[in-house]
Ligand binder design. Structure first.
Ligand SMILES: [Zn+2]
Length: 237
């Protein structure tokens, strides 16, 4: 592999992980929109009280964003722990049985289509330069310098969910009572069309169906909670 190819590949890797982050942000915002919209529309079905709407919407925003952040923190920490454990084991094996590890690396490279001679030579060179990095990348598929930080992941989810949740919250609280539902439903469905389009584009999937699925999902969520709110409001619970 030439120096230029290597550079290009590093570029693709960085671009790929940036796209993953962006995609996670769009999906997090989408979650914030749908769950908060369902919540405030449901409450609006039962009451006209602006302070009840604000309280419910804000509580939903905080509960949702913190639950997303905590879930992300736990899942990324667990993944990072297992990656660190795998790296530690690899480090031990390299120290205890370097010959077997060299043969293993050559075998993995041969599996990827190199001839035995070339694989052996490549394994030798990689081992000489940075054995742990070579094993981490070829055997485990991880870059020891690029382990995801759980705090970054948690903050990103928190912010993405909050950004999404603010839309239905403001849309239900700010306009005058007679139009607040129309403003909320309209802006939420428009925003869901946008996030559906965005996540489809970022995942290189066709946008049309993704948009309709996303808008449909949001419409169903708001319809169900609104119905429940109207029922509860009518019964006077
Ligand atoms: Zn190994």
């Amino acid at each position: 592999m030439s120096a230029t190819d290597q550079h290009d590949e590093a570029h693709h890797g960085a671009l790929g992980s940036r796209l993953n982050w962006l995609r996670a942000a769009v999906l997090g915002a989408n979650d914030g929109i749908v769950s908060t919209a369902g919540l405030v529309v449901g409450v609006a079905g039962a009451t006209d009280s602006r302070s009840a709407l604000l309280t419910a919407g804000l509580a939903g925003l905080l509960a949702g964003s913190m639950s997303m952040a905590a879930g992300e923190y736990v899942s990324v920490s667990t993944q990072r722990d297992s990656e660190k454990a795998a790296l530690a084991q690899e480090r031990r094996e390299l120290k205890d049985s370097p010959e077997a590890e060299l043969a293993e690396l050559a075998g993995l490279l041969a599996d990827r289509g190199l001839s035995d001679d070339v694989a052996r030579e490549a394994a030798l060179q990689l081992t000489e330069r940075d054995a742990l990095r070579a094993h981490a990348s070829v055997e485990l598929g991880i870059d020891p310098d690029e382990l995801t930080n759980p705090w970054h992941a948690a903050w990103a989810s928190f912010l993405a969910f909050t950004a999404g949740a603010l839309l239905p919250l403001l849309a239900i609280v700010l306009p005058p009572a007679p139009v607040r539902l129309y403003v909320t439903v309209g802006s939420v469905l428009a925003a869901l069309a946008l996030t559906g389009w965005g996540s489809a584009r970022l995942g290189s999937a066709p946008a049309g169906r993704a948009i309709w699925r996303n808008v449909g999902g949001g419409a169903v969520a708001m319809g169900v909670t609104y119905g429940a709110g109207v029922l509860l409001g009518a019964v006077g619970v």
